[in-house]
Design a protein around this ligand. Structure first.
Ligand SMILES: Nc1ncnc2c1ncn2[C@@H]1O[C@H](COP(=O)(O)OP(=O)(O)OP(=O)(O)O)[C@@H](O)[C@H]1O
Ligand SMILES: [Mg+2]
Length: 260
């Protein structure tokens, strides 16, 4: 049974020293509990500043937790690992500007000494998967925002990361490109069956993408106030079936949050 669990988070909290050297500690995250199955598309939804990036960064191994457990494949997370590929909101900071698209995708494989023939084959497949065949010789500053995000996704898949951690990856894109990228991520997820952790503050994006959605309360002491399945096949139409009422229900949870 444990084998089906990709990520387990138990009683996770994260605190920082209060500003000005006061002795109190500020809890950003408090008692987060989660269980994410292998191959699940899990979306975290929460208002700005509630601690979404902090949560993903703890799971990715970039930020240390204060209390609790984060288990990936049954092992406590202590540092970043190849099985967890991260797609950052700011692609400019995540890509190497002095090497081509192809070299960026290939980077991890070179580092770990994958032989050239295997490397070429993997890189070709990943570049094709994200539709960048025509652009593989370009440098990052010659790409649009959506293309840069595709390079990050291709890189994670080339590294054979089982888990894709995506922190508001499409936040900076225009509405059309954003929808295109959302469809592409669904397509890649269906082809590769990766476990995806996706953060957004956009209810519509969450409902369009997520197999399961976890909703965070506001900081401080943010915790998961609700997790829900989205019982709708892909591709989805937000105006159809049970989705409009689901969107309304989530909106209602946020409105209540604001009144507190
Ligand atoms: N190193 C730090 N020291 C103190 N406080 C921090 C630190 N890093 C983050 N915080 C605080 O943690 C809270 C959550 O930040 P986080 O970036 O995780 O939020 P978020 O939900 O990702 O926000 P956004 O939607 O704007 O990206 C904020 O109040 C932030 O000020
Ligand atoms: Mg953030």
């Amino acid at each position: 049974m444990g084998d089906d669990i990709a990520i387990r988070v138990e009683h996770l909290s994260k605190s920082y020293d209060a500003a000005g050297g006061a002795s109190a500690r500020i809890y950003v995250l408090s008692d987060i509990n989660l269980c994410i199955s292998r191959g699940e598309f899990h979306v975290f939804l929460g208002w700005s500043g509630c601690g979404k990036s902090t949560l993903l960064n703890i799971i990715a191994g970039f930020v240390e937790k204060t209390e609790g457990h984060v288990l990936v494949g049954g092992m406590e997370v202590e540092k970043p690992g190849r099985e967890r590929g991260v797609v950052f909101q700011n692609a400019d900071a995540a890509l190497f500007p002095w090497i081509t698209v192809r070299r960026n995708v290939e980077y991890g494989l070179r580092i770990n000494g994958t032989p050239k023939r295997a490397r070429d084959e993997i890189v070709n497949r990943c570049i094709k998967l994200v539709g960048l065949e025509e652009h593989e010789k370009k440098y990052p500053d010659e790409l649009s925002g959506g293309m840069k995000q595709r390079v990050q996704i291709a890189r994670s898949i080339a590294n054979d990361s089982e888990i894709l951690i995506m922190d508001e990856p499409f936040g900076a894109l225009d509405a059309q490109t954003r929808r295109l990228m959302q469809n592409e991520v669904i397509d890649i997820w269906q082809k590769t069956r990766k476990t995806i952790l996706f953060v957004t503050h956009d209810i519509h994006e969450a409902v369009y993408l997520g197999q399961r959605i976890s909703i965070l309360s506001r900081a401080p002491n943010a915790t998961i106030i609700r997790s829900m399945d989205v019982p709708s096949p892909y591709p989805r139409r937000l105006a159809q079936g049970r989705l409009p009422s689901l969107i309304q229900e989530i909106q209602g949870l946020f409105d209540v949050e604001y009144e507190i």
